[in-house]
Design a protein around this ligand. Structure first.
Ligand SMILES: Cc1cc2nc3c(=O)[nH]c(=O)nc-3n(C[C@H](O)[C@H](O)[C@H](O)COP(=O)(O)OP(=O)(O)OC[C@H]3O[C@@H](n4cnc5c(N)ncnc54)[C@H](O)[C@@H]3O)c2cc1C
Length: 596
């Protein structure tokens, strides 16, 4: 059975030495995040995830969820583990203290969520969806709605879901048909069918608060006529106690490739009572609050699964003996050398490691900027951070899940045939990681979001939030001692990104299909530069620590080797990606549909 050890040393390096979270003490929540508190959160979370949540990962995969007469039972152990998780206060770690949360920085919540997802992705989705519902109600709910729903969502007593997808519409929500008919008392009757609803029905909580997109008759057609509703599974009385069952039932559970421990439900709404949240017909705006939080969460899933897959690939590579090293026997006491001596095995392991550690830095940097966007006293700083998060979100969602899936497959490859065998657990990582590329806006849609929405915003304002600091970093460090190995490669890749950006902007204006054709390769190029920026900074910090005579030399030396591997082996892909972007979309669009 696979094992998991939370990468605490790396979290500490990133939070303390790279992001310097101790410098943000003037922001709400950060003052409480003293070094002792950060240690307690990291250590406590690691212990819970390693000892309680991770052992249920394979159980959840093998058992799956069961539906009986509208009632869904989660796999053995999930309910008790969820109770332990909630009792530890983990569900409200970053939530608003006004509703019972601990108000700690979002960046710590991301660290905890990575650990939970590595330990058990299917389990982590239950609190993950609740967190999205919390965000939407917190941002858009009335005071009354917040008081009624948030404390119990924060404590974990109730959970949340997000209901967008219908049988005939996923990406194109303008097509949705679920109807919301206004009632005399101000509520709405919701009727329609939602499919693929994660955590849509289960036995972990006493109530489920569904957030549902629906159309109020007579509103504008398409996406502009969508509203968002709170639809509780059980009606909620004014004092928060539960009333009658509402008209929403789980019609069936999907049989699916992975995340078997998470219930993916068809939900039938049959005149269910719902309450408008946010403005009528402006539901997409409110839903985006939830979707942006969820997109980062899904990006973390790619990274998290890659991390546990890596750990188990490393231990296998040290243990499994096959063949002799090309440069002569390394372990004469054994009939063959451990496969970790082989360059190709090292190529795979280092590729995963350079990805996970770079991605973790990028995700936590995004997390810090979410905190700044929410909490900085200066509105200009809030705006700058918000812009950066908006720019990075499609990259975190898309690149981290693409590379996360590729990493899971590589880790499986390290196990050879044994990686294909179910009981060893490696193939589960591949199956689980696959969905993250699809849901929360398929990755191709994230690329369109980057190219079509984020680049043009404010005549490139979002872009400048990233380009300027990178330019500054390069200028300040290229002539320094680490310049040649770590900053020059970044400068080269950054120049490619600038060329690609100019190409996409220019060609896309003439013909939108050109922007569409370039979008996925452009996003990947951009994300690699973003990771390159992280790795170059980390290399500089690690070098400085070594120069200062740091104790933990092996850790910093390993960082430098991994940084160098990233610069030599992964970042050069920006060259071929630029060539693909500049190849244009003519050939892609040349064939008639009939000729495919
Ligand atoms: C296990 C699981 C859990 C899920 N959980 C939830 C949930 O909790 N709540 C929820 O509401 N939904 C959920 N979903 C649904 C998921 O978000 C959708 O499946 C996803 O958004 C894609 O929609 P679709 O399946 O209808 O694909 P389609 O929209 O039909 O897309 C098919 C393909 O076409 C591409 N495409 C579509 N339009 C365009 C375009 N304009 N330009 C370029 N390419 C395009 C897409 O990228 C995709 O590759 C879940 C799905 C699964 C499988």
């Amino acid at each position: 059975m696979p094992t998991y050890k939370a990468p605490l040393r790396d979290f500490r390096f990133l939070l303390n030495d790279l992001l310097n979270i101790q410098n943000y003490g003037n922001l709400p929540g950060f003052a409480e995040a003293t070094p002792d508190m950060v240690d307690a959160v990291l250590d406590g979370s690691a212990q819970l995830m390693e000892e309680v949540i991770a052992p249920l990962n394979q159980v959840g995969d093998l058992e799956g969820c069961k539906l009986d007469n509208g009632v869904v039972t989660t796999p053995t152990g999930f309910k008790a583990a969820y109770k332990t998780y909630c009792e530890g206060g983990w569900n409200g770690l970053t939530a608003d203290p006004e509703y019972g949360g601990q108000g700690l920085p979002h960046v710590l919540g991301l660290a905890m969520s990575e650990m939970m997802t590595s330990a058990n992705m299917a389990f982590g989705m239950y609190p993950g969806l609740s967190h999205g519902a919390y965000e939407a109600i917190h941002a858009w709910g009335t005071d009354e709605q917040k008081k009624l729903y948030l404390p119990r969502i924060v404590s974990g007593e109730w959970s949340g879901t997000m209901n967008l997808t219908e049988p005939h519409c996923g990406t194109d929500l303008g097509l949705l048909r679920t109807k919301a008919e206004p009632q005399a008392d101000g509520s709405y009757k919701i009727t329609g069918t939602k499919i693929f609803i994660s955590a849509g029905e289960h036995d972990l909580t006493s109530n489920i608060i569904h957030l549902v997109l629906a159309k109020v008759p007579g509103g504008p057609a398409g996406i502009k006529g969508i509203s968002l509703f709170i639809v509780p599974k059980f009606m909620v009385n004014a004092d928060g106690s539960l009333g009658a069952r509402n008209g929403v039932m789980c019609g069936s559970l999907e049989h699916k490739m992975g995340i078997h421990g998470n219930a993916t439900c068809v939900l039938n709404y049959d005149g269910a009572t719902g309450y408008l949240i946010g403005e009528k017909h402006k539901g997409m705006r409110a839903m985006f609050t939830m979707m942006n939080a969820a997109r980062l969460g899904v990006g973390m899933q790619g990274l998290a699964v890659a991390e546990i897959a890596y750990q188990n690939a490393v231990s296998y590579a040290k243990d499994r003996v096959q063949g002799r090293s090309l440069t002569g026997t390394k372990d004469a006491g054994k009939p063959a050398d451990p496969i970790i001596v082989h360059p190709d095995i090292r190529r795979m392991l280092l590729t995963i490691r350079a990805f996970t550690e770079g991605a973790r830095a990028l995700a936590l940097w995004t997390g810090i900027n979410i905190d700044l966007a929410n909490k900085h006293p200066d509105p200009a700083q809030r705006q700058a951070a918000d812009d950066l998060v908006a720019l990075l979100t499609p990259m975190v969602k898309s690149y981290l899940t693409d590379a996360g899936y590729e990493s899971a497959t590589m880790a499986q490859q390290v196990w050879g045939g044994h990686g294909y065998i179910r009981e060893n657990g490696m193939e589960q990582f591949v199956r689980d990681a696959r969905i993250a590329m699809i849901y929360e806006g398929a990755n191709g849609i994230q690329a369109l979001d980057l190219v079509g929405r984020k680049l043009p915003t404010g005549m490139g304002r979002l872009l400048r939030r990233f380009f300027h600091p990178v330019e500054q970093f390069i200028q300040e460090n290229v002539a320094g001692p680490a310049g040649k190995d770590f900053v020059m490669p970044l400068a080269k890749a950054f120049a490619r990104l600038q060329q690609a950006t100019a190409y996409v902007a220019e060609q896309g204006l003439k013909n939108p299909d050109e922007a569409g054709a370039a979008s996925s390769d452009y996003l990947r190029l951009f994300a690699l530069v973003a990771l390159g920026h992280m790795w170059a900074q980390k290399a500089l910090v690690a070098q400085a620590k070594l120069n200062d005579g740091a104790q933990d030399r092996a850790f910093y030396e390993t960082k430098l080797v991994t940084a160098r591997f990233f610069m030599e082996r992964l970042l050069p892909d920006t060259g071929s990606l630029l060539a693909k972007v500049q190849a244009g979309g003519r050939t892609m669009m040349a064939l008639d549909a009939a000729n495919f």
